[in-house]
Design a protein around this ligand. Structure first.
Ligand code: NG1
Ligand code: MG
Length: 477
């Protein structure tokens, strides 16, 4: 049973580099599934987490990003069920409780509203599952599903998106949906946004379309135009989890969605000052580039046209000429932004977006530069990563004391570039390290960050990683 729109394999070696370790994970899941249902699962579906090397908080402003997929993934297995229901269990059944949900789209919001906190992960399953089949299949299959995975949770490695993407592939595959890949990707992004985060499309794109051995340069100007990129030889990329979780959905009003709102405010201020007339205010900063202005020129515009100060709600409303409630329509849960804040920073946020976009293009150009040797590329890429961190910390205010401490330790111990990855405010860092120094580096970070802070550190907390495959269906044999 093969479906053209998703990757399918019967060979384990197609999916993983670390075959033995992952075979054990699959066996464990298969056994648990058998204990629950008395039969083996027919199929596994996996979708990877990701690390972003550069280009933070700019995907939702239509600027490019530079992630690669991790070998760590969200892993689902399933068989068909005779009833028309979806029976869902989780490998970690203490933290994540089972549920039986209806396939009926009319009952969906009711189902979501009735989930207990320990079942709330099922929201991501439902969003993903439905994204590829709504309007595409006439009847839904009953299913028994077991959910597992090893993407670090709430840490900027895209654990929630990997669950959405794997569930979406499961829905498409199990129901034989004919949706094409571009539409599927667009739907996954829209459905995940409906859960509350005003996110861009980076995580869904890389998880679905990642290419083994390559990072992806993803442009959002035209819908997710991707280019696979060979990273220089001689360096390894190390993920270090600060072990300060960043629970995004719980902090949307003060963090993620507030940043998206501040960017929109910057947009409107610049539109007015640049005398750009449009029926509706622009929603992303890229729309303001109308005459081929360079990203340096856009930064100059920010510096001269937006006052650098803290704006209150009243000041913003006076400038934009409408109530914030109306202005922020379209941003999920924007009421949280309005009720939880009275300090907005459009100057700093816009400056971050244009300068970060510039760094992503420089990163891409450097990777592709045939005049440079890998040895010459490495320090340039490292410097761009460090500058990105500076901007995330000082202009976008999405770093944290613990992230900064960890990043400083990484740099002191030889990281050529080190920065937060993902949304920030906690979670993981990524460092570019010479492969010949890798073991010493890992040991030093272990001692100086984890042991010093009384934290236990294992291979899911501090690890070297290389670009892995995108989402796949695997036939259990
Ligand atoms: P994480 O790290 O998963 O919270 C988020 C967004 C991305 C992007 C980055 C910041 C989701 C699903 N993803 O990632 O779109 O904006 O932050 O660069 O919310
Ligand atoms: Mg996430």
């Amino acid at each position: 049973m093969e479906t053209k729109n998703i990757q399918y394999t019967e060979k384990f070696e197609d999916i993983y580099t670390n075959v033995d370790y992952n075979k054990k994970r699959y066996q464990e899941m298969s056994e648990k599934f058998q204990n629950l249902h008395g039969v083996k699962p027919d199929y596994f579906v996996r979708a990877p987490g990701r690390v972003n090397l550069i280009g933070e908080h700019i995907d939702y402003m239509n600027y490019p990003v530079f992630p690669f997929a991790l070998e760590q993934d969200s892993l689902l297995c399933f068989t068909y069920s005779d009833d028309e229901l979806i029976h869902i269990d989780h490998m970690n059944s203490e933290e994540f409780h089972s549920a039986v949900i209806s396939n009926d789209p009319a009952k969906r919001s009711e189902t979501i509203a009735s989930l207990t906190p320990k079942q709330s992960y099922i929201k991501y399953f439902i969003a993903g599952y439905c994204s590829g089949i709504d309007g595409k299949v006439s009847s839904y299959k009953g299913l028994k599903v077991l959910i597992g995975g090893n993407v670090p949770l709430a840490s900027g490695c895209s654990s929630s998106t990997s669950l959405c993407v794997s569930s979406s592939i499961l829905g498409v595959f199990a129901n034989k949906s004919t949706i094409n890949q571009a539409e599927l990707l667009e739907n996954i992004i829209t459905y995940e946004r409906s859960l509350g985060t005003a996110c861009g499309g980076m995580d869904q794109t890389i998880s679905l379309l990642a290419v083994h051995g390559k990072a992806l340069f993803i442009e959002f100007n035209e819908f997710a135009k991707i280019e696979s990129v060979q990273l220089p030889h001689g360096v390894s990329f190390v993920i270090a989890n600060s072990l300060t979780p960043s629970a995004k959905l719980e902090t949307l009003g003060k963090r993620y969605n507030k940043r998206v709102s501040e960017c929109r405010m910057a947009c409107k201020i610049l539109m007015d000052k640049m005398s750009i007339k449009a029926e509706k205010p622009f929603t992303n900063l890229r729309q303001l580039v109308r005459n081929n202005e360079t990203l340096e020129e856009m930064q100059e515009k920010v510096k001269t046209l937006i006052e650098q100060k803290v704006y209150t709600k009243e000041e913003i409303e006076q400038i934009i000429g409408t109530k914030l409630e109306d202005f922020l329509q379209g941003i999920p849960q924007s009421e949280l932004v309005i009720t939880q804040n009275n300090d907005y920073y459009p100057y700093e946020r816009a400056l971050h977006v244009y300068s970060e976009a510039n760094r992503v293009y420089q990163f891409q150009k450097t990777c592709f530069d045939t005049q440079l040797t890998d040895e010459e590329k490495i320090p340039i890429l490292g410097k761009l990563m460090n500058e990105s961190q500076y901007s995330c910390d000082n202009l976008y205010d999405c770093s944290s004391d613990k992230l900064n401490e960890l990043i400083n330790i990484c740099r002191k111990n030889g990281a050529i570039g080190s920065r937060l990855t993902g949304a920030g405010w906690g979670g993981c860092t990524v460092s570019m390290v010479r492969t010949e120094n890798l073991q010493d580096f890992l040991q030093a970070v272990k001692t100086q960050y984890y042991e010093k802070n009384g934290l236990t550190c294992d291979e899911n907390i501090l690890f070297a990683t290389a670009p892995a495959n995108g989402a796949m269906v695997y036939k259990n044999i």
